[in-house]
Write a protein that binds this ligand. Structure first.
Ligand code: 3HC
Length: 282
């Protein structure tokens, strides 16, 4: 494989922090960029906690301190200038991602591969913001990144075979199972998951059962580790709404319309666990 040593991660929320962690666990030198210093601190604390858990269970190669040492938190995007491979995991906001890829193209060496962890935005459109569309791909991790074994790989229209091969190898070197999905809204996981969560909000809105009972029904009736509302609160209701809006707009089918109750919760700022309130209060 082309030698990838330095991985840059953009954004240090749940996804970015998790990606930076698994990259460092796998031996890469990681530069983790976020504009917010307090978010960077929070991400480093979360990483230490997660690594300690994994270490206690004998699931960590090396010590927590050795892994942490491989992560350099930075608040200037220019610091990504020596990376061979960048994974963008900023907020799921189209304009923001398009701008970031234009910036990255100027900052990161021409030979470097640029990936996005978008869960729903077109890889082809993101790649167009750069002068190296053949070196841009989608790399969609699942939350919580340190525990979930899947990465969806997505080729944009111009992604080269060589780039995609390296993306697969990097994902596998992080211990992940890689599947290839087409560059279509939601790829595979969110195309199936989000309408499922959205339907649970319609069911709640119609008074079919209480949130607890709907979650219980799915956990016990389908053997899912979490019910749809527990998972929605965990992923973020704002993220769920944003993915539904993209499915609805880009696939043009009314079956993807966001449930009004989901929209209402987001309007109220009830984004889930991260804001202390979603369907449940934390
Ligand atoms: N790092 C290390 N350890 C962690 C951790 C992390 N980030 N998160 C949880 N753990 C540990 C817990 O501390 C706990 O350890 P313990 O047994 O020693 O106490 C252990 O994992 C189990 O956790 P919990 O007891 O809290 O709960 P669960 O047994 O339910 O496991 C879970 C947690 C793995 C998150 C499980 O509930 C699960 O698989 N849920 C479904 C997650 C899922 O569907 N993710 C995909 C979301 S979709 C997505 O990400 C796409 C996006 O684009 C929207």
């Amino acid at each position: 494989m082309a030698t990838i040593n330095r991985i840059g991660v953009i954004g240090c929320g749940q996804m970015g922090g998790g990606i930076a962690q698994v990259a460092a666990q796998s031996g890469y030198q990681v530069t983790m960029f976020d504009v917010s210093g307090s978010q960077l601190e929070k991400a480093m604390t979360g990483m230490e906690k997660s690594l300690t858990k994994l270490s206690e269970k004998g699931k960590l190669k090396g010590t927590v301190a050795e892994v942490i040492k491989r992560v350099r938190p930075v608040s200037q995007i220019e610091e990504l200038g020596n990376c061979d491979f960048v994974i963008e995991a900023a907020s799921e906001n189209r304009e923001l991602k398009l701008k970031l890829f234009g910036d990255l193209d100027r900052i990161v060496p021409k030979g470097a591969i640029l990936c996005t962890n978008t869960s729903s935005i077109s890889i082809t459109e993101i790649a167009r913001q750069t002068s190296r569309a053949e070196k841009v791909a989608g790399m969609h991790f699942m939350n919580p990144v340190p525990l979930m074994s899947l990465v969806e790989g997505i080729r944009g229209l111009a992604t080269s075979n060589e780039t995609f091969k390296i993306v697969r190898e990097v994902a596998e070197s992080m211990g992940k199972v890689f599947i290839e999905a087409k560059d279509a809204p939601g790829f595979v996981v969110n195309r199936v998951l989000l309408p499922f969560i959205n339907e649970a909000f319609f069911a709640l809105q119609e008074g079919l059962a209480s949130p607890k009972d709907i979650d219980q029904a799915i956990r016990l009736g389908l053997n899912h580790p979490m019910g749809p509302f527990e998972l929605a609160d965990y992923v973020g209701l704002d993220v769920c709404l944003s993915v539904m809006e993209i499915l609805h707009r880009d696939l043009g089918d009314s079956k993807y319309r966001p449930a009004p109750l989901l929209r209402k919760y987001v309007e109220a700022g009830w984004f889930g666990k991260k804001t202390g309130r979603g369907v449940y209060v934390y």
